[in-house]
Ligand binder design. Structure first.
Ligand code: SF4
Length: 224
């Protein structure tokens, strides 16, 4: 019984690996056509190595509230490399102080985040509450690194917004313990609460011309 399950588990893993490679590489190819600097990594360890190589001592590095970056332990690893972390979620910050850190993030050396969805056409789709993440992804930081597991890849723009309404946003607001209906029902109800976190919708269809913009696709499920 156990060996049968193990052989099925191995087969399922092989099929999932193949699928991730296939859609991951196709997405990277499309991102290149859209002028992004894009790479495909089989594992999170390879991804972390590539990110850390882009950071030097003294650089100002910010994170866009990314669970993917947290899973990869990037903040600690970047800090150990001697970078200065601009953390708007640091304990004890007042709203004014948090706002000031988010303003500083817009001109940091390296901004690291994920994307709510990436289409097979090589376009990025994101929602934001304050706008600090999508602003930094659009202009300002010397370098932007977007890290996304293959679970973020979708067929097209319609599927991207669908993913955001049915997966990314509900889970994120559940994580944040917001009283929003998506955190109760698991799908977007297009609420109008002040705690709504979907205020800005951004499609990044091509690399902004003056940005140093990297997209790392990882063949593992990361974030949500
Ligand atoms: S609009 Fe409201 S219900 Fe919909 S995902 Fe955003 S916070 Fe949730």
């Amino acid at each position: 019984m156990t060996s049968a399950n193990n052989s099925t588990d191995i087969f399922v893993n092989e099929m999932n690996t193949w699928h991730g490679q296939t859609i991951g590489n196709k997405t990277v190819e499309a991102l290149h056509k859209n002028r992004f600097d894009a790479s495909f990594f089989e594992t999170r360890d390879e991804t972390v190595k590539a990110v850390i190589e882009m950071v030097s001592k003294g650089m100002k590095v910010a994170f866009g509230g990314s669970q993917t970056a947290k899973q990869l332990n990037l903040q600690q690893l970047v800090s150990e490399k001697g970078a200065v972390i601009l953390d708007h979620n640091a304990a004890g910050l007042s709203d004014d102080q948090k706002m000031e850190v988010m303003r500083q993030q817009q001109i940091c050396d390296v901004f690291i985040c994920s994307s709510n969805a990436i289409s097979l056409q090589g376009e990025l789709f994101n929602i934001d509450g304050h706008g600090n993440r999508v602003a930094a992804m659009s202009f300002g930081p010397r370098k932007v690194i977007v890290i996304a597991g293959t679970n973020k890849i979708v067929a097209d723009e319609e599927a991207a917004w669908q993913r955001i309404r049915t997966i990314a946003a509900p889970i994120n607001f559940k994580r944040l313990n917001r009283p929003n209906p998506c955190a109760k029902y698991g799908v977007c109800m297009n609420c109008n609460l002040t705690s709504r976190g979907c205020n800005i919708y951004v499609a990044t269809r091509r690399k902004p011309p003056m940005m140093d913009f990297h997209v790392f696709i990882v063949n593992e499920p990361l974030g949500f």
